[in-house]
Design a protein around this ligand. Sequence first.
Ligand SMILES: [Zn+2]
Length: 426
Amino acid sequence: MNKVFPVPQPAPAPSLAPLDGNAITARLKELAAFSDVPGELTRLSLTPSHKRAAAQVSHWMREAGLTQVHMDATGTIVGRYAADRANAKTLLIGSHIDTVRNAGIYDGNLGVLTAIAAVEALNTQGLRLPFAIEVAAFADEEGVRFLSTLTSSKAMAGIFDPKSLEDVDQQGISRAEALRSFGAPAERVSECRRDPADMIGYVEVHIEQGPVLEAAGAPLGIVTGIAGASRGHIRVRGEAGHSGTLPMPMRHDALAAAAEMILAVEARGRADADALVTTVGTMIIAGSAVNVVPGEVQFSLDVRTLSDDLRQRAVADIRAAIDEIAARRGVRAVLDIGHEVPAAPCHGALKERMAEVVEGLGLPVLRLPSGAGHDAMVFRGIMPMAMLFVRSQNGSHNPREYASPADIGLAAQALHAFLLKTAGEV
Ligand SMILES: [Zn+2]
């Protein structure tokens, strides 16, 4: 991960206007104007601003030469670029256009706009491929408004849970009602499913949302897979007491025990630092006060890695460390893992094809896992999927998130080249 690549060769100038990074950046800025909150980008799933953004994306799809542009039952905008023959398979490309609150303009939107640009370039060239291309602007990736998430891509994968229609947002509006006012025919969700036998797979361009490509000087990255995650919480019960009267040797301080446990969580992640991340992100101290020895503490645990085996071992090690610390300090501690998602490895052949086109652009080939979840992960075990990361700055899920027009142009060229290369493989 710390390997620094030589300065990349300048990539060939984009020969096709739709692949120009400045043009795509201009569209990203235009799309960012569709916000529920003036002065920032807040476009939660199935809101009025999302509906206006969806209309704009539909317009750009039609301009690009995509046909049958429509909104599906989950609010996803889908357009199709027909194959050069009948009974051809389909490659699905895209990303999402819902955002978090006070978001950056690249997360999700970049993948949709590079997908439209790549098809527009084919259309400009008058090229039809031996497979159809569908571009998807998914409606529900960020999971901010409703408890369930990734429902749009899950519907396409055929794993939509009908119970998610009953989820309610903070205003008490159900997903079913939100879909209705969005104009999505929710009752037809079963029609969203793509038959894996008809599909080449799903490919998504996305900003990295992390610092690895930036540190390595690589504009693009080949995603090896999307990390699995174990999440839960640890409850530590000691004995509360007066901070002035309880002598140190007689204490069972829940917070001091929790502090040692948190360092053990960090140490476990550091022990496999090139493959594993472990995080304590929240802590609640019951009845906390400056003059009280804490009696009860609860904190969260988040463990992520591309290896399901390593994740299980890491959780087991953390559990053992917590038990040891609790026993030594005379407190009780219980680790409860409430949420587990397996890793979603990217497909070997699609991934290698993506690496070849990146190399073909004269760029270094850097492979990295995705620690964040994406629509692509729902296709795990259902159809092949691959992802291309674009170097980004200032993290993500904040307005300072940034990808340069030059890098965006390279991503669009890579996706376009990937489509052409796939034509030679089917
Ligand atoms: Zn995203």
